[in-house]
Design a protein around this ligand. Structure first.
Ligand code: FES
Length: 102
């Protein structure tokens, strides 16, 4: 069973942006898509590129290293949904964004 841990404050990440945070020692990329928050493991499954530094358009983040695209709402590859990266459960409590880590 995991536990929800604070990742950042709601006002720390504006819509359309991404950030990398350490949650319980785990590097997580957090995304704000039109006011909803999502989180993926920061390391891109291709070669470990930092998804938190990627460009976010709608719900799709583009890895800054080689351009693979990921749907941040599911962790699925945008072009090939059979390719997955780890997506974390996220919830907002008050003014805090919490991520479920194991
Ligand atoms: S490391 Fe992300 S596309 Fe290569």
């Amino acid at each position: 069973m995991g536990q929800y841990k604070r990742a950042l404050g709601v006002s720390d990440l504006q819509p359309g942006h991404a950030v990398t945070v350490a949650v319980d020692g785990i590097e997580v990329a957090v995304f704000n898509v039109d006011g909803r928050f999502y989180a993926l493991q920061n390391a891109c499954p291709h070669r470990g590129g930092p998804l938190g530094d990627g460009d976010l358009e709608g719900s799709i983040v583009t890895c800054p290293w080689h351009g693979w695209e990921w749907d941040v709402t599911s962790g699925s590859g945008a072009e090939d949904a059979s390719v997955k990266t780890k997506a974390y459960q996220v919830k907002v409590e008050g003014d805090e964004v919490l991520v479920l880590v194991e």
